[in-house]
Design a protein around this ligand. Structure first.
Ligand SMILES: [Zn+2]
Length: 274
C-alpha cells in the first residue's frame, strides 16, 4: 500500500532541471522555493518519498480555493436564479433596524453552526427589507458551504408546470440546506396553489431543515385562515417558526440596487473606452 502511494506521489511531483540534491540530507530540493521535494516518513529508515515542496503546496492550495469559490458561485446562481438579491450580504445592511439585523444574524449563525431545524417568519409591509434580510441569510449559508434556495411559491408552481417529475421539484426544496420562501401569500389563491403550499411547507417541515419565510400577510391574517386548507398550512408553518415583525423603510435594498447600477454603468464606461 505504501509503495503504491509512493509511486503515485513520484508520478505527481514533476522534477525540474533547476531541482538539486541537498548535500546534508540527501533529499531532492525544489530549485524554485528551496524546500524539500522528498521526505523520510519512517524514523528508522532512510527511505525517501516524494512530497510537495512549499511552492507546489501553495499552487495546490490556490487551485483548491479557486474550485471552492467556483462551487460557491454555482450554488449562489442556483439559489437566486436571476434575482437582484444574489449579492445581498449583511455587510450591505445599513444597521437602521438593529433588532431585525440581530435576529437575522443570530438565525444565520444557528443555521450555519449546528444544522438548526429553526424556521424564521419575517412579516411586514412591502419594501421593509424582509427579502433583503432573507437573502443575506441565504448568502451566509452558501458562504458557509451549505446549499440554499431563494424562491417564491409562484416560481415553484412554474417548475412544477414545466417538470413532468413533480416529486423531483419538491425533493429539491426539501433537500436544500436552507430554503427561503419569499413573498409567501402574494400568489393567487386557488385550490391548486393551496395544495402546492401545503406540500411545500409540510415536506420541508418533515425534512427537519431550516426555512425562512417572508410575507406581507399579518399575524392576524394567519390567525384567521379562510378555510380548512389554509388552516392546515398555517398550523404546519407555525410548528417551528419564530416570527419577527419587520417595520420601516427598506433602505438596504435601495443601496444595493444603487451599487449594482453604479458597477454596471462603470463597466459600460470601460467597454465604451475600449
Ligand atoms: Zn518549490
Amino acid at each position: 500500500m505504501f509503495d503504491v502511494l509512493a509511486t503515485k506521489a513520484e508520478e505527481a511531483i514533476p522534477i525540474r532541471d533547476c531541482d538539486y540534491t541537498d548535500e546534508a540530507t540527501g533529499l531532492l530540493m525544489c530549485g524554485k522555493c528551496h524546500t524539500p521535494k522528498q521526505c523520510r516518513p519512517f524514523p528508522n529508515s532512510d527511505e525517501a518519498v516524494y512530497c510537495l515542496c512549499a511552492c507546489m503546496k501553495a499552487d495546490d492550495d490556490a487551485m483548491r480555493e479557486r474550485l471552492r469559490q467556483n462551487e460557491i458561485e454555482q450554488r449562489r446562481n442556483i439559489c437566486f436564479h436571476g434575482s437582484d438579491l444574489i449579492r445581498a450580504t449583511f455587510a450591505d445592511d445599513d444597521g437602521k433596524a438593529a433588532s431585525l439585523t440581530e435576529t437575522c444574524k443570530a438565525f444565520s449563525e444557528r443555521v450555519t453552526g449546528d444544522s438548526s431545524r429553526d424556521w424564521l417568519l419575517l412579516w411586514g409591509d412591502c419594501g421593509t427589507g424582509k427579502s433583503f434580510m432573507a437573502a443575506c441569510i441565504a448568502n451566509a449559508a452558501i458562504d458557509a458551504g451549505m446549499t440554499a434556495r431563494f424562491i417564491t411559491v409562484s416560481k415553484i408552481e412554474q417548475h412544477l408546470w414545466n417538470n413532468p417529475d413533480k416529486a423531483a421539484v419538491y425533493d429539491e426544496m426539501n433537500h436544500t440546506g436552507l430554503l427561503v420562501i419569499d413573498d409567501f401569500g402574494c400568489e393567487r389563491r386557488t385550490d391548486y396553489m393551496d395544495e402546492i403550499k401545503f406540500n411545500l411547507i409540510d415536506g420541508r417541515l418533515r425534512s427537519g431543515k431550516p426555512c425562512v419565510i417572508t410575507t406581507n400577510l399579518t399575524l392576524n391574517d394567519f390567525a384567521a385562515p379562510a378555510d380548512l386548507t389554509q388552516k392546515r398550512i398555517v398550523s404546519r408553518m407555525f410548528e417551528r417558526a419564530t416570527t419577527f415583525h419587520v417595520q420601516g423603510e427598506d433602505r438596504r435594498f435601495t443601496a444595493l440596487k444603487e451599487r449594482a447600477a453604479r458597477s454596471s454603468s462603470s463597466s459600460q464606461a470601460t467597454t465604451e473606452e475600449e
